[in-house]
Design a protein around this ligand. Structure first.
Ligand SMILES: C[C@H](O)[C@@H](O)CC(=O)C(=O)O
Ligand code: MG
Length: 451
């Protein structure tokens, strides 16, 4: 398959700080992040002839300016490159972004520098898909195994999967591809929702949203826990009384507990028939997760984590240690699509289900492409897999996701779905967008000048 594009020089990289005042309504709140303002560092890469790709990394308000600064530091590595050179050996180019000899010192492959890489790399994939006039999932599906694997940096993971093994796995998985594509076209990919369960929501809102999403066809729900045990029990009772016992229920502690505390707390919640406990403790504590997973096994509860798992090496060890039963790749935390592909391949080889994290700006838009590629070209199954769905900020994208009867519908537009509308940028760019000026005027937020 010819996947080359015109050879266009990258002439500029622009980055914007875009924020939405979600904390005013406690949207997105959890036990650890009590006042999140859903935000992102938003990248536009422009080529000669004016072709553009957009990418983003998700942030929570303050701190976005630091990611923006990191993206600016990486910009000289991108501007002046040409598209053919980037895409013909994307894995090497990816390595050049993560291995800059001065910048890597403040990573490497983790934290702010890696979030910056994610935004840039996501923009490069959006650009590639747009140049080929395909949705991102289709670009991935159409790449021959050798071409897809050429986008991956296998450094540090060859003890679990090699380039050759990955090619064989992808070749074997070609059987039945067309039929699986038809399933997605007809029916879509199942979703669960977290929208009911933000921790700052009142009981009334929790009840109202459970009814709303049940009526919309959802059969799986996620609730935030970990602030107060009695309150968790009360809220879980309430939710179960509305959704019934036949629906799936997941809980998410967003890293608030110590290891033994997580085990003890979850034993008290086990009676609510919980599918998974998400982020029970520090996202870096592989052996801690392993201990929790072991303790949860007899209770029928799996451990889910990944939204703050910083790179493929950490994922490798979580997978090797049986410390995660649900692998939650995050499209804006790992270094973009290239690194995510390597995690999907390792999870597949080690028999762990991938259920992407998507609570954040643009994450639902992105992960649907990845999970659909996985179904068509890698795992070949949706069994026990689901994509997170939160109903926030979709209206700000030129190509918002489409969900019907609790299933993501196969995207048909070209790109990765990560382009904001002009109106959104005019309103929400921080701090000069019209919505922010209004917020400062009303005293709802302090302007950066006052801080
Ligand atoms: C701060 C974010 O909203 C976080 O709570 C999202 C999350 O953990 C999830 O969607 O899962
Ligand atoms: Mg979570």
């Amino acid at each position: 398959m010819n996947m080359t594009t015109e050879n266009l020089k990258i002439v500029s990289l622009d980055v914007k700080d875009v924020r939405f005042p979600t904390s005013l309504g406690a949207h997105g709140s959890d036990a650890m992040h009590v006042d999140p303002d859903y935000s992102c560092a938003y990248v536009t890469i422009t080529t000669a002839m004016g072709k553009k790709g957009n990418g983003l990394t998700f942030t929570l308000g303050r701190g976005t300016e630091i990611v923006v600064a990191a993206i600016k530091s990486l910009t000289p590595l991108i501007v002046g490159q040409t598209t053919v050179d980037i895409y013909k050996n994307f894995g090497s180019f990816w390595r050049s972004l993560t291995s800059d000899s001065q910048i890597r010192w403040i990573g490497p492959e983790k934290g702010v520098t890696h979030l910056a890489v994610a935004a840039i790399v996501n923009a490069l994939w959006d650009l590639w898909a747009k140049l080929l006039n395909k949705p991102l999932w289709q670009l991935l599906v159409d790449l021959e195994p050798e071409q897809l694997v050429a986008a991956i940096d296998f450094r540090y993971i060859t003890d679990v999967i090699t380039r050759e093994e990955a090619i064989t796995i992808l070749r074997d998985a070609k059987v039945g591809k067309d039929e699986r594509l038809d399933v997605l076209k007809e029916d879509g990919y199942p979703a669960y929702t977290t929208q009911v369960g933000w921790l700052g929501y009142s009981n009334e809102l929790l009840e109202e949203l459970c009814h709303k999403y049940l009526a919309a066809g959802f059969t799986a729900f996620k609730l935030k826990v970990g602030r107060d045990l009695n309150d968790d029990i009360r809220r879980l009772k309430l939710v179960r009384s509305i959704i019934g016992d036949d629906k799936e229920l997941m809980v998410d502690a967003n890293q608030v507990w110590d290891v033994q505390e997580a085990i003890d707390w979850m034993k008290k919640l086990a009676g609510f028939k919980i599918t998974w406990i998400e982020e029970p403790t520090s996202p870096d504590d592989i052996l801690g997760h392993q201990a929790i997973a072991k303790a949860m096994k007899p209770l029928g509860i799996g451990v889910a984590t990944g939204e703050m798992c910083c790179n493929r090496v950490m994922f490798k060890q979580f997978l090797q240690a049986d410390a995660m039963q649900f692998c939650q790749i995050d499209s804006a935390r790992l270094g973009g699509v290239n690194e995510i592909l390597s995690v999907y391949l390792m999870a597949h080889k080690l028999g762990v289900k991938v259920c992407p994290h998507a609570g954040g700006v643009g994450l639902c838009e992105m992960v649907q492409h990845l999970q659909m590629w996985d179904y068509i070209s890698l795992s070949g199954t949706m069994n026990g897999r689901t994509i997170e769905y939160v109903d926030q900020q979709h209206e700000h994208f030129v190509d918002p996701l489409i969900i019907k009867n609790a299933k993501y519908q196969l995207p048909t537009y070209a790109g990765y779905g990560t382009t904001f509308t002009g109106e959104t940028l005019a309103k929400y760019e921080y701090p000069n967008g019209t919505v922010w000026i209004e917020m400062f005027g009303k005293g709802l937020y302090q302007s950066p000048k006052q801080l």
